[in-house]
Design a protein around this ligand. Structure first.
Ligand SMILES: [Mg+2]
Length: 192
């Protein structure tokens, strides 16, 4: 599937150029806007793979908009900037701004920047996913330990026997050790 991109730029001609360059490069420009407020609205509505946003815009500038968007979603942002605005962008990187592109924009600098931003965004998602998986595994291990403790106490078993009882039950019922542990914890909740 084509990556979905939203373009926010107040200069209409540049916005049109960007849209054309992106479309030619195989991206799907799903929405566009010309100020920060619109950017917030569109990011929320479309959840794009990437938002390309100008800094200097009427109503609300791109930096402020990116900070607000970061609080609401994980929408990655590539900033468009004039050379003199570099220091502002460094500040914005703390939020969800993955990079910036200095004007004038050409296909030669746009497409690689978009590719890098998209792959960074994907890496970030993967990394967060890995953290979540690790967290889940750790929780499962904790539950298993707790259930083992409960069995030892209720059934007066030693650690090895309690563990084997759980493992045998899991194998027989063809459920995970974690599910067995949760069932044990639930069953003996009142005995503890
Ligand atoms: Mg502008």
């Amino acid at each position: 599937m084509k990556p979905k991109i939203i373009v926010i730029e107040d200069e209409a001609i540049l916005r049109m150029d960007l849209k054309e360059m992106l479309t030619d490069a195989g991206y799907d420009v799903i929405a566009e806007g010309d100020n920060g407020e619109k950017a917030i609205e569109l990011a929320h509505q479309f959840k794009p793979d990437l938002m390309i946003m100008d800094i200097k815009m009427p109503k609300m500038d791109g930096l402020k908009a990116s900070r607000i968007i970061a609080k609401q979603s994980k929408t990655p942002i590539l900033m468009l900037t004039a050379f003199s605005q570099k220091e502002f962008v460094e500040d914005a990187k703390k939020a969800n701004v993955l990079g910036y592109l200095v004007k004038p924009i050409s296909e030669a600098n746009l497409v690689p920047a978009v590719e890098i931003a998209l792959s960074q965004a994907q890496q970030r998602v993967q990394f967060e996913d890995e953290l979540l998986q690790k967290d889940k595994k750790m929780n499962a291990r904790k539950q298993i330990e707790r259930a083992k403790g409960v069995l030892m106490k209720v059934k007066k078993l030693n650690e090895q026997a309690a563990y084997e009882k759980m493992r045998n039950f899991s194998m027989k019922q063809q459920v995970s050790l974690e599910r067995t542990a949760n069932a044990i914890l639930k069953k003996y909740a009142n005995d503890m």
